[in-house]
Design a protein around this ligand. Structure first.
Ligand code: NKO
Length: 206
């Protein structure tokens, strides 16, 4: 039990590494918490116009979600499904409430994607495809994230042959991740409703 708790804590610490801030600092860019949506995430880093920095942020934040789960399975072969679900949730929560940024973190989209990669690559592909379709059609990163977060648990259940009971703990973790993701996007949701949300590539056409 102590070992499981240590794995969960480790996942939280890995999830806490804020790649938006780290990458920006390394590349000599402004801190993403000082402009745009003030969010330490790939979308906001893209608002500097530096696509490489945004891509590295996305990659790093996703990789840490994947890595936390990979490491737990490596350190604890045959880890119980419930423990692994808690590890996944801990990595995600680490990104949202990172100990390294005074508990003021990001919205968890990229980290959730990394978690999905670790659970089932096809699940990550289907969810990322959903994100991309909405992003291409509507050009709102936040809307794409919200729709993807809604569908991820649905895909998980259907993809497991509707066997919700097969991995109930991970299914529940994905729903909790989705709910937290919506909660972290509440300012975005308000802007979407008001029609003031910023679009990917700027608000050119009105
Ligand atoms: O600055 O508030 P902002 O406009 O930046 O940012 C809103 C945005 C924040 O998220 C990000 C990360 C962008 C990642 C893009 C690729 C995502 C691929 C789809 C994965 C969706 C996973 C959700 C799974 C939930 C279970 O939203």
């Amino acid at each position: 039990l102590v070992f499981t708790a240590a794995l969960i804590l480790l996942a939280y610490l890995i999830g806490s590494v804020p790649f938006a801030v780290v990458v920006s600092k390394l590349m000599g860019l402004q801190d993403p918490r000082s402009y745009g949506s003030k969010n330490p995430g790939a979308t906001n880093v893209l608002r500097t116009g530096n696509k490489t920095a945004a891509a590295l942020t996305l990659l790093g934040d996703a990789a840490k979600g994947w890595f936390a789960i990979w490491l737990a399975e490596k350190l604890a072969p045959g880890i119980a499904p419930t423990a692994l679900a808690l590890v996944a949730l801990a990595a995600f929560v680490g990104h949202l409430y990172p100990v390294f940024l005074g508990f003021k973190g990001g919205k968890g989209v990229a980290t959730a994607l990394g978690v999905l990669v670790a659970i089932q690559p096809w699940l990550a592909v289907a969810t990322a495809a959903t994100w991309l379709i909405i992003a291409v059609f509507f050009r709102y990163s936040s809307l794409a994230s919200l729709v993807a977060a809604f569908f991820a648990p649905v895909y998980y259940v259907f993809g497991s042959g509707m066997a919700w009971y097969a991995q109930p703990a991970m299914g529940v973790a994905l729903v909790v991740i989705g709910v937290l993701l919506f909660y972290r996007h509440r300012a975005n949701i308000a802007r979407l409703v008001r029609g003031t949300e910023s679009r990917i590539g700027g608000n050119k056409k009105k």
